[in-house]
Design a protein around this ligand. Structure first.
Ligand code: FPP
Length: 239
């Protein structure tokens, strides 16, 4: 990486365009997800080598269950394989991996793999890798607030949850989100042309710089990442 470029501390990515990438090559959508998954593994290393501390990717949204049965089954198969490979990668990169979202909707073997991956990597601090699976911002906020209400009922809400005007603090609210303890993203990248958030990290992206590109996720390599970081650096000049 160009030494003059400031590398974001936290990059969030919406991995979009696998299906269209495959269709363009007369291949099934699932093939696009397989190539997208391979690219994620490569880009995770590239991003680590650049010195980025936090990476958060959107792998499966709460809305993705509505896709065809075949596509969902294909994605679940891919997660099964990927989560196992990711254990090796976590050790190699000394990377803490955390799943954000609600894993309870996944088959038990996937939930077990998630638990194993999170447990085996929990003491690493070289890089922090968050994978959003069955994630949606609205769902995250509702799950978090349900837990907060439980704490109110049980009398276990933190004493400093409210400020001097009686308003709930941001710190308290954030502590109930899946991303508790993780700094907000500095740069959001969405591949493949769409310019919307799709229920991704809506609270956490309040001050984040957005980078949209036409390039589909399977083709988003180091050179494209460099362009995103260059634009991020331009935005810093305007602050
Ligand atoms: C969006 O492309 C992508 C997804 C719904 C899944 C993302 C998954 C991967 C990159 C691979 C697996 C990831 C992990 C962490 C194992 P799309 O299907 O919406 O593409 P389209 O917009 O062209 O239809």
């Amino acid at each position: 990486m160009n030494n003059e470029l400031k590398v974001p501390n936290h990059i969030a990515i919406i991995l979009d365009g696998n299906g269209r990438w495959a269709k363009k090559r007369n291949m099934p959508r699932g093939y696009g997800h397989i190539v997208g998954c391979d690219n994620l593994e490569k880009m995770c290393d590239v991003i680590k080598d650049m010195g980025v501390k936090y990476l958060t990717v959107y792998a499966f949204s709460t809305e993705n269950w509505k896709r065809s049965r075949a596509e969902v089954e294909g994605l679940l198969k891919l997660f099964r394989q990927y989560l196992k490979r990711c254990i090796k990668k976590a050790h190699k990169n000394q990377m803490r991996v955390k799943i954000i979202g609600d894993p309870s909707a996944f088959p038990q073997d996937i939930q077990d793999s998630i638990h194993e991956l999170e447990e085996c990597s929990k003491d690493y601090d070289h890089m922090y890798f968050q994978i959003a699976m069955n994630y949606g911002s609205r769902d995250e906020i509702l799950r978090g607030m349900t837990r907060m209400i439980e704490d109110v009922k049980n009398g276990t809400l933190a004493e400093n949850a409210f400020d001097e005007n009686g308003k709930l603090t941001e710190q308290c609210f954030e502590s109930y989100l899946d991303t508790a303890g993780i700094p907000d993203p500095d740069l959001l990248i969405r591949t493949s042309g769409e310019q919307r958030l799709s229920n991704y990290l809506m609270w956490q992206l309040a001050y984040t710089e957005f980078y949209f590109t036409e390039v589909p996720w399977p083709d988003f390599h180091e050179e494209e990442l460099r362009k995103a970081i260059e634009q991020y650096n331009l935005s810093l000049i305007h602050i």
